[in-house]
Design a protein around this ligand. Structure first.
Ligand SMILES: NC(=O)c1ccc[n+]([C@@H]2O[C@H](COP(=O)([O-])OP(=O)(O)OC[C@H]3O[C@@H](n4cnc5c(N)ncnc54)[C@H](O)[C@@H]3O)[C@@H](O)[C@H]2O)c1
Length: 368
């Protein structure tokens, strides 16, 4: 395998088209890639919440900020083609399980047709050499078993969100086989992979019906937070962990040895260390402790719609083949995110604060 130069050098002047830059993960990724020297064009809808990371951390100052819908080919195609990117990170999605029950059609249109639109636009953009399409741990058929899911396990999904992400995986695989076959990578040049991460947490998420933003909103208002399903186990991880994985995956897809790149044009899990897959109740207790004054919660006796009870990811492949390893234990992750929200509450300059957390993350050694 080609020996990769340091990632910062790889990203210097690379042209990156990033869908979903106005969202939580996309905002962090835009800032990180720009700090590595990449030229980033973001394509997304307006931020979906108030407050939001895009404004709080002034993401607009580091990206070419294009607002548009991925379902709208007439707007999307020229936005990609005219920019002539080397790399595409596709993160735009309807990412919420509970909302997907309310509006399944929007969820499927955005996550399935939207993904097909992005890949279809890439067919007519010859500059693209690497695509990382982001799906989720929830794309597997959940058997409620103790083991982590591997990339070879069957796709599935009980609820519209989970199944739409399994569909997005199938769409990516079909586009790879039909239009970007690995056997002809030297000719067409474009390597497509997918990234499946766990429950991502960190500063700057204000989505509804997600545990950390719900806790932070309640703590800030001094109101007890309603907690559903305290026993549910999830693969929690700091947002920088999967982003580091997507970045390393893209670096391998960019390898000038195209045969080597072909080995990585497939699906990768990016999950936390096994003992960091913890129940919701554990997270809530730690958050209450770390936040301090004003932090209280009560049990919601109505758990609402079906959500998986047990979910773990097996990231052995990313560890072995990409040398990707988690760098933050879950307790430290919670401390980092509490620090982020408290700094925001105090009115600190969050662009700098977010970059500082990224810089600190880059100095960390693998935890396992
Ligand atoms: N946050 C998590 O825990 C988590 C876990 C696993 C996977 N993911 C995946 O990571 C990606 C990013 O998630 P997030 O947590 O940052 O979500 P988010 O809601 O914070 O951001 C979603 C982004 O997608 C954009 N978007 C939504 N619909 C669009 C449309 N029709 N056209 C253009 N842009 C559109 C939004 O404008 C926003 O920029 C998603 O694909 C999500 O499914 C998230």
């Amino acid at each position: 395998m080609e020996n990769l130069v340091t990632s910062n050098k790889i990203w210097q002047d690379k042209r990156v088209f990033l869908t979903g830059h106005t969202g939580f993960k996309g905002g962090w990724l835009a800032l990180w890639l720009a700090s590595k020297g990449a030229v980033v064009r973001g394509y997304a809808l307006d931020p979906g919440t108030e407050p939001n990371l895009f404004t709080a951390a002034n993401i607009a100052s580091v990206v070419d900020d294009v607002r548009g819908d991925i379902r709208n080919a007439a707007a999307l195609e020229p936005a990609i083609r005219d920019f002539a990117p080397d790399v595409v990170f596709h993160m735009a999605a309807q990412p919420l399980v509970r909302y997907s029950y309310e509006d399944p059609i929007c969820t499927y249109e955005t996550n399935v047709i939207g993904t097909a639109r992005v890949l279809d636009a890439i067919r007519r953009t010859p500059s693209v050499r690497a695509v990382v399409s982001v799906t989720t741990d929830k794309c597997y058929e959940n058997k409620e078993w103790l083991w982590g899911y591997r990339e070879t396990d069957p796709l599935g999904g009980y609820d519209p969100y989970s199944s739409s992400k399994a569909c997005a995986e199938l769409v990516s695989a079909a586009y790879r086989q039909s239009y970007f076959p690995l056997s002809k990578l030297a000719e067409h040049g474009c390597a497509i992979a997918t990234g499946r991460a766990g429950n991502v947490i960190g500063g700057g998420d204000w989505s509804t019906d997600r545990l950390i933003p719900d806790l932070v909103r309640g703590f800030l208002e001094g109101k007890p937070v309603l907690i559903r399903r305290p026993q549910a186990i999830r693969p929690w991880q700091h947002v920088l962990e999967p982003l580091q994985g997507y970045i390393q995956l893209a670096e391998h897809l960019l390898s000038s040895n195209r045969e080597d790149a072909a080995r990585f044009a497939t699906a990768f899990n990016f999950g936390p260390a096994d003992d960091d897959a913890q129940p919701v109740g554990w997270i809530v207790e730690k958050m209450t402790q770390f936040w301090g004054e004003g932090a209280t919660w009560i049990l919601d006796s109505d758990p609402g719609v079906h959500e998986a009870g047990y979910l773990k990811l097996d990231a052995s492949r990313a560890r072995a083949e990409l040398s990707w390893h988690p760098r933050l234990r879950l307790e430290t992750t919670l401390q980092w995110l509490v620090e982020w929200y408290k700094a925001w509450q105090k009115g600190e300059y969050m662009h700098r604060f977010t970059l500082d957390q990224i810089a600190e993350y880059e100095t960390l050694k693998p935890v396992s």
